[in-house]
Design a protein around this ligand. Structure first.
Ligand code: ADP
Ligand code: MG
Length: 400
């Protein structure tokens, strides 16, 4: 993640040149309409910048999981209206990715025109990263721009292969993401705190293993905290807990200690006998007082206060995973409170805060503070792989 990459600032005169631009337009759709335009909004600045500079812009995107075959319901043509709406420009939908149809369309394109190519995953060569397939696409382009961080953990033809065939650049969304991630874990200001929460340790073992050598404070919440507490001999009742991961949890705590990383587990928790909104059996207890018939559904207020004090001593925060079952009140309390603290510290300028993960983004929106964090990544799988310390192939190819 420390490697340098070329941005659009390095482009010379692009007038009349063909830009092949990989974007993430995998918009959630219902009844033929996009229900969330976030992804299109994220890539709009790159598309408009290139078009306004006089390039002929061809957009490359996947949509759904067509597994190498044409499916009319997964054609990028269904996205055209939503993308035009976000860009405020007309697009030309092109039913191919390469070959004479694309060539002829480019022949009538004027500088600044924008084309939306067909779903890259209609061709098996995309996911296979077939070099012949990539060459056929590259034949119509003068340069390549990757603005799809969220798809760059896959070494596919249009996320990785093309970068080796044409001059390659990071788009503005990719650039912003890489710069934010570098500030969070690449070259962060120390001390660094990581919050890792969510449902299960098993999905985030690699993340935890990587973080203990990178951060000074590892804050564990959510269902994951239950597994760690159980590994320490705490009775967690009917809580979501992976008892079979006790050894791995202990190994992570040992590795943290060896690396000088403090692991923070809650000492009070919010429990209930049934998982429902505001259940009558709700109690806030010390972790050693959880009943055999109770579930831990959030970390407690004393723990949150202690964690807020930890964040006040830190310069950088990276956050993945909610601290409790935040979809069901009042088990959102800890997540909302700590998110607000992080947002306030960010506003004051004392903390760089970077967060990511599907449910984490939802939780920060629920807390009303997503826009007050330094950066919130919507890149799901790619964000988690980055948190595992892995090099993402699509990103690596930009710095080659
Ligand atoms: P992300 O999508 O941000 O990576 P995860 O998918 O790992 O996050 O976890 C989010 C889920 O974890 C949420 O649905 C939340 O309800 C659940 N969760 C958090 N704490 C608990 C808990 N104590 N018991 C059960 N589920 C929990
Ligand atoms: Mg999730």
């Amino acid at each position: 993640m420390t490697a340098r990459f070329r941005t659009l600032d390095a482009l010379g005169d692009v007038t009349g040149k063909v830009a092949l631009v990989r974007v993430d337009l995998n918009l959630p759709m219902a009844d033929g309409r996009a229900t969330d335009l976030t992804r299109a909004q994220a890539v709009a600045p790159t598309i408009l910048e290139l078009a306004d500079a006089g390039a002929k812009v061809l957009l490359l995107a996947h949509y759904g999981r067509p597994k190498g075959e044409r499916h009319s319901t997964m054609s990028t043509s269904v996205l055209q209206g939503a993308v035009e709406h976000v860009l405020g420009r007309k697009l030309m939908y092109i039913s191919e990715l390469f070959g004479p149809t694309v060539e002829q369309t480019l022949g009538i394109f004027r500088p600044g025109d924008i084309g939306l190519l067909e779903n890259t995953r209609f061709w098996p060569g995309e996911e296979a990263n077939d070099p012949e397939f990539a060459k056929a696409i590259a034949a119509n382009g003068d340069f390549y721009v990757n603005d799809a961080f969220s798809a760059s953990h896959r070494a596919h033809a249009t996320t990785e292969g093309l970068a080796h065939l044409l001059p390659a650049y990071a788009g503005r969304a990719m650039q912003a993401e890489l710069e934010a991630l570098d500030k969070a874990l690449g070259h962060p200001e120390q001390p660094v705190a990581a919050v890792v929460g969510g449902a299960k340790v098993s999905t985030k073992l690699a993340v935890l293993e990587h973080l203990v050598s990178k951060v000074q404070h590892l804050i564990i919440g959510g269902g994951m905290a239950n597994t760690f507490l159980a590994a320490r001999g705490v009775a967690v009742g009917k809580s979501l807990c992976e008892h079979d991961l006790a050894a791995q949890a202990e190994a992570i705590m040992d590795a943290a200690e060896a690396a000088g990383c403090t692991v923070h587990l809650p000492y009070d928790v919010v429990v209930a006998q049934e998982f429902a909104p505001h259940p009558p059996s709700l109690r806030t207890v010390n972790v050693h007082e959880v009943g055999a018939d109770e579930m831990i559904l959030d970390i407690g207020p004393q723990a949150v206060e202690a964690l807020a004090d930890v964040l006040k001593t830190c310069r950088t925060l990276v956050w993945n995973g909610p601290l409790g079952a935040f979809e069901t009140p009042p088990f959102d309390a800890a997540t909302v409170a700590l998110a607000k603290t992080a947002a306030a510290l960010t506003r004051e300028g004392s903390l760089v805060s970077v967060a990511g993960g599907g449910d984490t983004v939802a939780a920060l929106n629920h807390a009303g503070v997503a826009d007050q964090f330094t950066y919130v990544s919507t890149a799901g799988g790619a964000f988690l792989e980055w948190m595992e310390g892995r090099e993402l192939p699509g990103v690596a190819a930009l710095s080659g």
